[in-house]
Design a protein around this ligand. Sequence first.
Ligand SMILES: C[S@@+](CC[C@H](N)C(=O)[O-])C[C@H]1O[C@@H](n2cnc3c(N)ncnc32)[C@H](O)[C@@H]1O
Length: 279
Amino acid sequence: MLPTSVMNVDIKKIRVIEDESTIINKIIVGDCLEVMKSIKNDTFDMIFADPPYNMQLQNELYRPNNTKVDAVDDLWDQFDGFEHYDEFSKLWLQEAKRVLKKSGTIWVIGSYHNIFRVGKIMQDMGYWILNDVHWIKSNPMPNFRGVRFTNATETLVWAVKDKKVKDYTFNYEEMKTHNQGKQMRNDWYFGLCTGSERLRDEKNIKVHSTQKPLPLLERIILASTKKGDLVLDPFGGTGTTGVAAFKHERNFTMIEQDESYVDWSLKRFKSFQERLRGI
Ligand SMILES: C[S@@+](CC[C@H](N)C(=O)[O-])C[C@H]1O[C@@H](n2cnc3c(N)ncnc32)[C@H](O)[C@@H]1O
């Protein structure tokens, strides 16, 4: 059970950063490229980023029974080709590096569409990769047309700011306790976010096309942060990172450009806190 003080934290959205204290446990509405510029160097203990995938979907996708597949065709995922995507990635990764503490770590999740490009950019920028972790989905979407293998994985790159960093947080022993006492490996099995965890609107439509499963974020937080640490998510979406951080008594700052997702994140926090208080 979380301490009462944590359960009563008032999670708020803001648009402007007035001083450093205002970013703690806040969701900032805005473009992370701009917002990060007003955050001082060496602020965050850990960064988790789930950036646009640049999926480049051209056509709508249908199942064999003619029902439409919920693909990631959102405006936030549209780029004018690889060059544009790479430029965007360089800009946010540069700012992320600046606001990450010297001993901090960064996690970036992506699919085959973007993770190789992001990984190369990170290495070119001097980030030092600690692991690539493979999220293996127990319930992936089939390849409906049967022209490729089922795409059942996403990759997480876990890195430090540069090769010299040795004093980053890795809760090795705690990870063993989540793995029957054995050293945890880099293949992680979690289902897609479904059921009551998945946010849906009044018409039962998914609020967000890529809401990540909470247990995945909980593992990341538990592995690479300490209680009281400050975690940044520059692409906050529905607030999964914040909820995972909050649940384990870490602090967070999330940035999200779409205010409707921010409002859904606030609702999500409210119902999470109500559940904790037994309301
Ligand atoms: C892959 S989704 C993140 C989903 C999130 N991890 C979750 O569990 O809900 C990427 C999010 O980044 C947001 N986004 C894209 N570009 C952005 C930018 N420049 N600044 C802030 N948010 C951005 C999109 O609106 C989208 O919600």
